[in-house]
Design a protein around this ligand. Sequence first.
Ligand SMILES: [Zn+2]
Ligand SMILES: [Zn+2]
Length: 137
Amino acid sequence: MTLSYTGGCACGAVRYDIAGEPVFCNDCQCRDCQRESGTGHGSHLTFLRSGVTVTGAVSRWDMTADSGHVKTRYFCPTCGSPVYMTFSAMPDVFTVRAASLDDPGRYKPQVVTYTARGWAWDHLDPALPKFEKMPRG
Ligand SMILES: [Zn+2]
Ligand SMILES: [Zn+2]
């Protein structure tokens, strides 16, 4: 039995608890992640939604990704922290922000996505596989 992944927003109003291990971990340099993070990339852990429990009220924003599918970004209405994302094309997955974890040290990036949008000043681990967009297209 592994420890669940717990975390939430900065003020503590939104909390999540996730059973199971992440299925995908990526640093994403797309413009959406840049705008939301305020820097060069977002860091994401993606889990199967079946293990997820969320408590607290969230605000949401639906946006259309490059793929044409809708991704929904959820954030705390009080402190504004981005907490998680869901995807219309992949209803079974649930993606959280690495820094929203109680222990962000558990994040182990596997790949870098959307390097086509990355900036020279945003240096990421040179050992990681890089994809110009999303590996599954
Ligand atoms: Zn908050
Ligand atoms: Zn992104």
